[in-house]
Unconditional design. Structure first.
Length: 505
């Protein structure tokens, strides 16, 4: 039973503000930065014009919006001018150099219309080249776009998840930017709906396995999320039953990281009601530790976008969970409906809990990110060039898509984080599938260059390593998808600039 003193402490904590010198949280800047009151479902953050800063694509009902970063805190909407104003019931997106011509291409999905391949030409314009790159495919009614070099041939492949009447498709990049449909390599018969998928090397054999979330409407039979072991050469085996995953349906978002820093990738899954943090035992089997870590979000909430991020630059990642409403097909209501709709969660590791198995506490209210709108996609990226990671949460209907500026400690001191972007040569150009370890002052942090979408969304390609209170060199080890391992030394940064590490360095 809670005592009066315990309740008083809880209320004081809930209402207090961060102290000077501590992490101050976020401020909403969508109006000030030029985004306005926009609704959206999916988000992609990437450098579309190769000028060194991050631009933003919002995928939405009606014409998609593309916000070009033109100055610090200044974005201009140029979707129509640059060929990105696809008009429809847009859902998700991914941005990468799929055809390896040096320019960013974009894949955009639609709730009820076709999936589009928009080929880039250096930021000056994107042309719809779907008939060439997706020749012979019937790709429509899809949601998230997941990128991975499944067969390690140096070209990024695609997993497109299907909604309603749409199919989930596994597409192999032929090596000229065009794709072939290898969906029959996955036993997907009877799959009704999927919002997101994620690749991760669960068993440490160097091959990316596939977790496929399933969202089961009430009129269908229950169906568990699926896990496929990658056997090489685009051959997969369904090992869901062997791994003992519970039959948790209504999965939406997936976020991959090594939350306990033991060298094996873990992942978090949002659902309706209970959310799951799956801990990898190091041999490719998983245990749901959400209750033990305090991350169940077990309030009846409908969770959507989720991601791991180090916003306070302490080297440990926090967990964002976007809570929105239920989607569609209930009582013939389209879009998100209001039951139930909870505030977002922002789980931070308790400072006294061990790195090896942290406990988390929700501080969304304290840090100004507990918006209770109809949230869906979420993405992270440095939007104002200060070296700190900002956040965007897409919201549907009458809710406003929020742009959250990271306030750091409130001082003008630049970020000391190591920010790293990969450039593959034998591996794919984006370095998707690589593992990066940064050691400084006796502490090592590991991150994965993932092509997973949270849900419907994709964050910046740079990896962010908070290195607090350390003036020593940062020693970086990159394990590339090709099997190559490279070593790099970075001097302590005096700004938040991104360092590009090449596979042939």
């Amino acid at each position: 039973m809670r005592t009066a003193a315990t309740i008083l402490v809880f209320l004081l904590l809930a209402g207090c503000s961060p102290k000077p010198g501590e992490f101050q949280g976020f401020e909403t800047v969508e109006e000030d930065w030029g985004f306005g009151q926009t609704e959206a479902r999916g988000i992609c953050i990437f450098d579309g014009d190769d000028d060194g800063d991050n631009d933003v694509l919002l995928v939405r009902t009606g014409p998609n919006h593309y916000y070009e970063n033109v100055d610090v805190g200044v974005f201009e909407e140029r979707g129509a001018e640059l060929g990105l104003d696809i008009d429809g019931a847009g859902t998700g997106c991914a941005a990468a150099d799929f055809d390896q011509d040096g320019d960013v291409d974009i894949v955009v999905t639609d709730n009820s219309g076709p999936t589009r391949f928009l080929v880039g030409n250096g930021g000056g314009y994107w042309a719809d080249a779907s008939e060439f790159f997706f020749a012979g495919f019937d790709l429509s009614g899809q949601s998230s776009v997941t990128c991975e070099d499944v067969d390690h041939d140096g070209w990024l492949d695609l997993m497109l998840t299907g909604l309603h009447e749409g199919r989930s498709n596994l597409l192999r990049n032929r090596g000229d930017g065009t794709f072939e449909d290898l969906s029959d390599r996955l036993p997907l018969d009877g799959l009704q709906r999927s919002w997101a998928a994620a690749f991760l090397d669960a068993d440490g054999d160097g091959l990316a396995d596939l977790y496929l979330g399933t969202d089961v409407p009430p009129e269908f039979e229950p169906q568990a999320d699926l896990f496929f072991r990658n056997d090489g050469d685009f051959e997969f085996t369904d090992v869901t039953a062997d791994l003992g995953f519970p039959n948790i349906k209504n999965a939406m978002g997936i976020a991959v990281t090594d939350f306990d820093q033991d060298g094996a990738p873990d992942f978090y899954v949002t659902n309706i009601g209970h959310h799951s943090l799956y801990w990898n035992d190091g041999e490719g089997s998983f245990v749901d530790v959400s209750a033990a870590t305090g991350t169940t979000n077990n309030t009846g909430a409908a969770g959507w976008g989720t991601l791991w991020v180090d916003t306070d630059d302490d080297g440990r990642e926090e967990l964002l969970v976007v809570n929105g409403g239920l989607y569609g097909d209930l009582e013939e209501i389209d879009g998100l409906i209001a039951s139930p709709r909870q505030n977002n969660r922002f789980y931070i590791p308790h400072p006294a809990s061990p790195v090896e198995f942290p406990e988390f506490r929700d501080r969304a209210g304290l840090y100004g990110i507990a918006d209770g709108g109809a949230g869906m996609g979420a993405a992270k990226g440095d939007l104002d060039g200060d070296g700190r990671v900002d956040l965007i949460v897409a919201s549907r209907g009458s809710s406003t898509t929020r742009v959250y500026r990271n306030l750091g400690t409130g001082s003008e001191e630049p970020s000391t984080a190591a920010r790293i972007r990969l450039r593959g040569t034998d591996s794919n150009p984006e370095g998707v599938g690589a593992t990066v370890a940064v050691e400084a002052c006796g502490v090592t942090r590991v991150r994965y260059r993932s092509g997973a979408p949270s849900v419907l969304s994709q964050g910046e390609p740079a990896l962010h390593f908070g290195v607090p209170g350390c003036d020593e060199d940062r020693h970086v080890t990159v394990s590339w998808p090709s099997g190559a391992v490279t070593e790099h030394v970075l001097a302590p940064p005096n700004s938040g600039a991104v360092t590009v590490l090449s596979e042939d360095d």
